[in-house]
Design a protein around this ligand. Structure first.
Ligand code: G3H
Ligand code: ZN
Length: 287
C-alpha cells in the first residue's frame, strides 16, 4: 500500500539501516521495483525525476500508475511515491498529484532562497501528511538535466534546513550522480559525521550507484537512512537487453520484435538489481 515516508525513514535511522529509493521510468521499471521489494518483504520508495515524470506523461499519471500497479500486483509492503530532485514548481505539482513524499532540490538557488522555498514546500506538504526532502551542498554530476558541482554540504546550513521542519536531508558529501570517475576520492565521512552529529533527521545518500559497498555500509551506520539508486538499474536493464539482442534475437525473429519478449530480460535484470541492493543494505523486513 502507498504510505508516507516520515516514520519509515525515522525507524531506519534509529535502527541503523537504510531503505532503498529507486527511480522509475515506465510500467516495466515500476513492476520490477515493486516485485523486488515484495520478494524481500521490505518497504520501498519509488521516485520519479522531473524528466522521468515528463517522459511518463506527468505527475498524476505517475502517481496513478504506481497506485494501480501496487493494486494489480497485490503488493503488501509499504510503498512511498516520491518526487526526486524537484524544483519549486515540480514539488507543488507532485503534492497536488498525490505523491506521498517530495524532494525540493534548491541547491542551485542562493541558500536563503533554498531555505525560504523549502519552508513553503513543507507548509504545503505537511498538512497532507506528505514528507519533504531538502538538499544542502550538492551532488556532483548530472541526473536527468539536474546538474551539481559536488559542493560539500555546510554543517551550519544543514542545521538551518533541518529546522524548516523537513523530514529527511540530502547532503553533498562527495557523492556523484551517474558513473563514478576512476579518480573519485570517495565519500567524505568526516563531513557526514559532522552533519549526523548536528542533525537527527534521517539522511539521504544520493548517487548510490557505484559507491563501493563498504563505504555505503559505513555511511548507513552513521545515519544514512535513504539510499538513492538510479544508474545501476539502468545499466542492468541495458546490459540484459543488449545481451538478449546479441544472442540473435533481432527484427527477423519474433522474440526480437515482440515488445513483451524484448523487454523481459531487462525488466528481470532491474528486479535482480533491486533485490541485490536491498539485500546488502540491510533493510528491515516488514513484520
Ligand atoms: O536521485 C537519484 C539518485 O541520487 C541516483 O543516483 O544514478 O548515481 O544511482 P545514481
Ligand atoms: Zn540524486
Amino acid at each position: 500500500s502507498l504510505v508516507h515516508g516520515t516514520e519509515i525513514f525515522q525507524a531506519a535511522r534509529a535502527g541503523h539501516y537504510a531503505v532503498g529509493a529507486f527511480n522509475t521510468n515506465n510500467l516495466e521499471w515500476t513492476r520490477a521495483i515493486l516485485a523486488g521489494a515484495q520478494e524481500k518483504n521490505v518497504p520501498v520508495l519509488i521516485q520519479t525525476s522531473m524528466g522521468a515524470a515528463k517522459y511518463m506523461g506527468g505527475y498524476e499519471l505517475c502517481q496513478q500508475l504506481v497506485e494501480a500497479t501496487i493494486k494489480s500486483m497485490d503488493i503488501t509492503v509499504p510503498v512511498i511515491m516520491h518526487l526526486d530532485h524537484g524544483n519549486y514548481e515540480a514539488a507543488k505539482a507532485a503534492i497536488a498529484a498525490g505523491y506521498n513524499s517530495v524532494m525540493f532540490d534548491g541547491h542551485d538557488l542562493p541558500f536563503d532562497e533554498n531555505l525560504a522555498k523549502t519552508k513553503e514546500i513543507v507548509a504545503l506538504a505537511h498538512p497532507k501528511g506528505i514528507s519533504v526532502e531538502a538538499e544542502v551542498g550538492s551532488i556532483g554530476g548530472e541526473e536527468d538535466g539536474v546538474i551539481g558541482e559536488g559542493e560539500l554540504a555546510s554543517v551550519a546550513e544543514a542545521k538551518q534546513l533541518a529546522a524548516t521542519g523537513i523530514d529527511f536531508l540530502a547532503a553533498g558529501i562527495g557523492n556523484i550522480h551517474g558513473v563514478y570517475p576512476a579518480n573519485w576520492k570517495g565519500l567524505n565521512f568526516k563531513r557526514l559525521q559532522e552533519i549526523a552529529d548536528a542533525v537527527s533527521l534521517p539522511l539521504v545518500l544520493h548517487g548510490g550507484s557505484g559507491i563501493p559497498q563498504d563505504q555505503v555500509e559505513k555511511a548507513i551506520s552513521m545515519g544514512i537512512a535513504k539510499l538513492n539508486i538510479n544508474t545501476e538499474c539502468q545499466i542492468s536493464f541495458a546490459k540484459a537487453t543488449r545481451k538478449y539482442i546479441e544472442e540473435g534475437h533481432d527484427q527477423n525473429d519474433v522474440k526480437g520484435f515482440d515488445p513483451r519478449k524484448l523487454l523481459a530480460p531487462g525488466t528481470k535484470a532491474i528486479q535482480d538489481t533491486v533485490e541485490e541492493i536491498i539485500g546488502w543494505m540491510g533493510t528491515k523486513p516488514v513484520k
